[in-house]
Design a protein around this ligand. Structure first.
Ligand code: ARG
Length: 476
């Protein structure tokens, strides 16, 4: 760097000498090309252009109402911002690196369109409270979209759960067959996870929905502004109570990424199960071909790429959460340029979540279950052993004695190569004399699941009740 720094400097001077920036008045030399590229955020923060315009409109209307901006100036600003909004929407807007970020690009274009009135827009405002406002507006909309997508996914789960309220599959602990459950019940477990995810996002939205504008650079402004007017116009629930905090903290973005990370954790669990279930050794479900890909060398393969990729994408969302935590840690009050680094991780988190959720709502709706394979698997694992133990307890044995008796019965059945329900009564009675003919009712898979009919249980009647309740919550 030292050897050719003068050459770099010379080129930089030549390339930038023509254009002054919004803040270059006190600088003796223009910023170098490399630094310009390094510090510019317009490449990514232009995503917040419409939010920036909405914020500017609300700000200028308030300035007018407070007697700080004339009516003619306001009218010019309004029509100028409207044409800029159209230029951006149609892809005609010329974004410039010289103007550094979305805010200065729009302001510069406004001044070129309407002249001096454009230069008055920034009265009583700073890019620091402006950017904090834009991100909140942007994230608020994203949260609303993601919330709706989560609800779509929940509706897909509900439809499948309804179809499979009676379908029996093995429930697992340690990935070993444990007890029979209904497939509907299993799917509703995910519905609950996504319900908590939605409420976490709603919570995050509540906390982020306060207006930073008015905080200006950090200390507020000497103009007699009325922040409540701006808050109302932009749909904020109130104004940020402390100007230093308003411009500097990004905890709301971290909170969003934490909630997003949990959504991805939940999706990754579902992904893992889908990968197992489509494996021919399970064969519990098949995925529609449109969600699978083949192998370039093995003609027989149909791979569950989508669940695998989503499982992988959870990693990048966790990374963004860690990145934002590290970004915020140790930052002194108030605004620091570090915060410009909040956007790309935040954008990518929202994008990843949106894409993944949209795909999964469709994928879950499209999967088809194979009840025969599920049933076979449940029969192979002595899944009703606990039911036999419960039966013995109901006939007067202590649970530990019942557990012991059933363990011996399982050993016997395993040796004979049959399920507990296939053992003759006489065989079963060797393990406890209290066993009678009625035992076969509890040893069947149907008997086992329908016995668990309490709230939160796996019995088909409970599953149906849970579906009705969930439908109501989703509508309300
Ligand atoms: N592009 C900046 C950001 O994203 C806007 C605020 C810049 N403020 C400043 N004083 N440099 O954070």
């Amino acid at each position: 760097m030292a050897a050719n720094s003068s050459a770099v400097k010379k080129t930089a001077r030549k390339q930038t000498a023509t254009k002054a920036t919004a803040w270059s008045g006190r600088f003796a030399e223009p910023v170098s090309e490399r630094v310009k590229r390094y510090t510019a955020s317009v490449g990514f923060d232009q995503r917040m252009a419409q939010q920036d315009i909405r914020g500017s409109l609300a700000h200028s209307r308030m300035l007018h109402q407070c007697g700080i901006l004339s009516r003619p100036d306001l009218r010019k600003i309004e029509s100028g911002l409207a044409s800029i909004s159209r230029e951006i929407a149609s892809g005609q807007f010329q974004w410039s690196l010289d103007a550094e970020d979305v805010h200065l690009n729009i302001e510069r274009r406004l001044t070129s369109l309407i002249g001096d009135a454009g230069k008055r827009l920034h009265t009583g405002r700073s890019r620091n409270d402006q950017v904090a406002t834009d991100i909140r507006l942007w994230l608020r909309d994203e949260i609303d979209t993601i919330e709706a997508l989560l609800a779509d996914l929940q509706r897909s789960l509900l439809a499948q759960a309804e179809k499979h309220a009676d379908t029996i599959m093995p429930g697992f602990t340690h990935l070993q067959v444990a007890q029979p459950v209904t497939f509907g019940h299993h799917l509703l477990a995910y519905l609950e996870m996504f319900e908590r995810d939605r409420s976490r996002l709603a919570d995050c939205r509540k906390r982020l929905n306060v207006l930073p504008l008015g905080a200006a650079a950090l200390a507020g402004t000497s103009f007699p502004i009325r922040r409540e007017l701006v808050a109302r116009e932009l749909g904020f629930d109130g104004v940020a109570r402390n100007s230093l905090d308003a411009v500097s903290d990004r905890d709301f973005a971290i909170e969003f990424c934490a909630a997003a990370a949990l959504v991805m954790v939940h999706l990754s669990r579902l992904c893992e199960e889908l990968v197992l279930w489509v494996n021919p050794r399970f064969a519990f479900i098949t995925l529609p071909d449109r969600f699978c890909t083949g192998s370039s060398i093995m003609p027989q393969k149909k791979n569950p790429d989508v669940p695998e990729l989503a499982r992988g994408k959870s990693g990048r969302v966790f990374g963004h959460l860690m990145g934002l935590l590290a970004l915020m840690k140790g930052q002194p009050l108030a605004y620091n340029k570090d915060n410009q680094e909040d956007k790309e991780p935040l954008f990518d988190t929202a994008d990843t979540l949106r894409d993944t959720l949209a795909i999964f709502a469709e994928l879950v709706a499209g999967l088809s279950a194979n009840p025969a394979a599920m049933r076979q698997a449940a029969l192979e694992g002595f899944a009703t052993a606990t039911d036999l133990a419960d039966y013995l307890v109901k006939k007067g044995l202590a649970f530990r004695d019942a557990h012991e008796a059933v363990a011996l019965a399982v050993k016997h059945a395993e040796k004979a190569g049959v399920d507990l329900s296939e053992l003759p009564l006489a065989d079963l009675q060797q393990f406890s004399p209290v066993i009678a003919k009625d035992v076969y009712r509890v040893l069947t898979l149907e008997g086992s699941v329908s016995a668990r009919r309490h709230t939160g249980g796996t019995a088909p009647v409970q599953v149906r009740a849970a579906i009705v309740a969930a439908r109501k919550r989703l509508q309300g």
